[in-house]
Design a protein around this ligand. Structure first.
Ligand SMILES: Cc1cc2nc3c(=O)[nH]c(=O)nc-3n(C[C@H](O)[C@H](O)[C@H](O)COP(=O)(O)OP(=O)(O)OC[C@H]3O[C@@H](n4cnc5c(N)ncnc54)[C@H](O)[C@@H]3O)c2cc1C
Length: 386
């Protein structure tokens, strides 16, 4: 197997790394403290690097790049803070890919160019109060009426909620139960009958907006139907791209924590010598470095498996589980290495630890990913309702 990156990928990787260190790192803790979204100037700089919609087709303003190349960029930005990587994530691995893969030509024409220009962000509304892991229990209803659909229901935990201009909303069409009745509508902010709940306050991922989406007799025109009822498997297949992105966010956080703790251990002395001379610290750094490398290999393998389409379900879930667990373990180790300073908000590691927890919940819990992996290993589905 060849794990080498091309010269172009290596150049892009180092360009994004330097950009992040120079332009974004100085603000990462302020964005976290103030829970503020990076402003348009920052998004414009990221767009200037060609990172927005880099995986989307060039005829819509995208970059025709493969998933691995986007993963390399997201990783470098998430190393500083996932918030910095948010726009690159949303425009390359987010629900926009459902529009690209399953939308009509006119839907692509309408939405993709604006995503590539940084003028539109698309979020996903799947989860409901009674349908998180048990997603096929969702009840948000899309009733067919003349010229469109009347949507009623509510979604929760929608990242980008209130901020994004459009939402891919998983709905139940007609009376079919379970996965059969589920499809996806793209609902634009400002549509009458569509409102937002109050903003969530999370332990981490501060600066990422997140809230309930509320639909009351909300009329959505036929032209906004992206995935028809019965297309749940297609929606999930596309969501594996997002799971690769989620795993990359976790990988970036773990890498950032490892790099920070390593530098700290070189500079901090106790009892007259640097703590990096202590075997206890060396063992923690060795363990963290090994886990981060293993996570990186799994994430890159999953990204490569997409090969212009969808990633392998098994490889995407393995990458997500391992990268999420790595980020949690490595940020915790980094905090240990830094003693009391690791716990102080003056240093980035406590933020990284808080953020790592969020990625392990978003995009499906670790337990659910493990059930998916087990299904692929056993070669059979395990009905959670049986
Ligand atoms: C930061 C953040 C961002 C998010 N962003 C979005 C978003 O943009 N859009 C969106 O739609 N959703 C989003 N979510 C929601 C997220 O996808 C759900 O929270 C997640 O899927 C879990 O659902 P739940 O919270 O209802 O937990 P539950 O489903 O109630 O699970 C509770 C616990 O039970 C376990 N469990 C459940 N069923 C089983 C089973 N069959 N076997 C074993 N264990 C089981 C779970 O693993 C978990 O430990 C976000 C969540 C967070 C925290």
């Amino acid at each position: 197997m060849n794990f080498a990156l091309s010269e172009e990928q290596q150049l892009l990787q180092s360009t994004v790394r330097e950009f992040g260190d120079r332009e974004l790192a100085p603000y990462a803790s302020t964005w976290d403290r103030d829970e503020s979204v990076p402003d348009d100037g920052v998004i414009a700089k990221i767009a200037g690097l060609g990172l927005l919609g880099m995986c989307l087709p060039s005829r819509y303003g995208g970059g025709d790049q493969d998933l691995l190349t986007a993963v390399l960029c997201i990783e470098q930005l998430a190393r500083i803070s996932p918030l910095c990587a948010g726009s690159v994530f949303e425009s390359n691995v987010g629900p926009v890919r459902v529009v690209e893969m399953f939308g009509s030509d006119s839907q692509r024409e309408k939405f993709l160019p604006r995503v590539c220009q940084g003028k539109l962000q698309i979020s996903v509304g799947m989860t409901e109060a009674e349908a998180g892991s048990a997603l096929t229990d969702l009840r948000t209803k899309a009733e067919k009426v003349d010229g469109g659909y009347l949507v009623n229901g509510a979604k929760c935990f929608c990242t980008g909620g209130g901020h994004s201009g459009a939402y891919l909303v998983y709905c139940r069409f007609g009376g079919a139960l379970g996965a059969k009745g589920i499809g996806g509508l793209l609902i634009e902010k400002g549509t009458p009958g569509f409102s937002f709940g109050k903003q969530e306050r999370y332990m981490g991922l501060r600066g990422f907006p997140g809230c309930d989406l509320i639909f009351e007799e909300c009329f959505v025109p036929d032209e906004n139907l992206i995935v028809e009822a019965g297309g749940f498997a297609s929606l999930m297949q596309c969501f594996d791209i997002e799971r690769c992105g989620n795993a990359t966010m976790a990988l970036g956080i773990a890498t950032g924590a490892l790099e920070y703790a390593t530098q700290y251990a070189l500079g901090r002395s106790t009892f007259g010598k640097p703590i990096c001379d202590r075997q206890a610290i060396q063992l923690m750094i060795a363990d963290a470095a090994t886990r981060v490398d293993a996570a990186r290999l799994l994430v890159y393998r999953a990204a490569v498996s997409a090969d212009g389409g969808f990633p392998s379900v098994k490889e995407a879930s393995m990458a997500k589980v391992f990268a999420n667990e790595t980020a949690k373990a490595v940020t915790d180790m980094a905090m240990e290495i830094m003693g009391g300073y690791g716990y102080s908000a003056q240093y980035p590691v406590e933020r990284m630890l808080r953020d790592s927890r969020g990625w392990a919940l978003a995009g499906g819990t670790l337990q659910i990913q493990k059930i998916i992996i087990a299904s692929t290993v056993f070669g059979r589905r395990f009905d959670q309702r049986a």
